[in-house]
Design a protein around this ligand. Sequence first.
Ligand code: FNR
Length: 425
Amino acid sequence: MSTDKVQVVRTKRTGRVDALMTGKSADAVRGLRQGAMRIGNVADARRIAERRLPRVVFDYIDGGAEAEITMRGNREALEAVTFLPRMGVTQGNIDLKTTVMGHEVAMPVLLSPVGFTRMMHRTGDVAGASAAGKAGTIFTLSSMSGHSIEDVAAAGSGPKWFQLYFLGGRKGSEQLIDRAQRAGYSALVVTMDTQIPGNRERDYGNGLRLPLQVDASTMLRFAPRVALHPSWLLDFARDRFSLDIANATSLGDPDSPMSLGEATAGMVLFPPTWEDFEWMREQWKGPILAKGIITPDDARRAVDCGASGIIVSNHGGRQLDGMRATLPAMVEILEAVGDEVEVLFDGGVRRASDALRAIALGAKAAMIGRAWAYGLGAFGEAGIDRVLTIFRTELDRAMRLLGCLSIDALDRSYVEIPDSWVRSK
Ligand code: FNR
């Protein structure tokens, strides 16, 4: 595993904390910031990431499972919700603040956990946490991170949540929970939908077979393709081609980090049950959210097992293809448990208007996965900053056009949903 640490730098002039490099690299950082201004929306960030990253890395971010029906379905569901704006009522400031699991956030867009960000840019999750802090929102650290729980905790001023995969069963999870708790993460997000990684055929087609060993023969296999992406290759090489899971320890050797292959195998060995969820509830002192919930029955079950929040998610269409889209699922889940716990939403959010559709339908906030990963892949932290700035600007504009002065006042009367979403009981 690489021992390189991403430097967490406080900028003198602004007091901002950045996960960027000092010294010689300062020019490069300026270059990234200038470059990031080319991003006008998430689609631009995606396009630029596609150019900078080798196909195998880009497709890992961009792809879904099998025929990608669910991934497309998330977008189609968002697009099926139309706005009912009010005229003649908007004057003055728009209040984008809201409270999520006890934290006041500057805008209702949070960062979902994304694994292996370090291969997108070596600043990975440190950059994500830092950018989220500047934007006044919450960052969720994936269990599949290449950065340590403590380094990410130190980056950025905002609240952080820790996403738990049940790597190493209860014993392994206990260590992760303990470290996250000590490092100050304020909520635990337990992902329930990853009994086994989904069948991501783009990865397979690109030669990404698990367990992946980053050895000479793998390098040789990928060399011709990655050579076409020199800026990425330089970044990855400076990071010593690190793909380890920084926080989980190897089952065979507790002094070594878990390898990617071992982590994937670990998921299959120990997918958490609801009994495990209750056990985690006892280990974790703060709020616990169940992620990957898509039916009202499972939402009920999660609440009965002690969840204080539900993240309605189908993993961005990366797990069971053909699974229902998240937005209509959320409408039903809110009917089942919306009075008892906070319900968050993710899947297909690419614009502020997507987030507003979900919030108008009852979500406390929307979360973004690929949107911030594209920004990271395009320009490192500067790219995430840019994506979050665009969300903020768009939120303000869309709220004005909607005729709604504050996020907390946004409700179902501002949107129209397809008739078929309301199931006859
Ligand atoms: C993910 N997601 C995810 N979820 C999780 O609980 N733990 C993880 O490690 C990961 N890793 C991961 C990697 C990549 C590359 C992506 C794109 C997604 C799922 C993620 O948290 C979120 O649910 C989806 O990304 C939401 O859909 P959109 O916003 O990407 O469309």
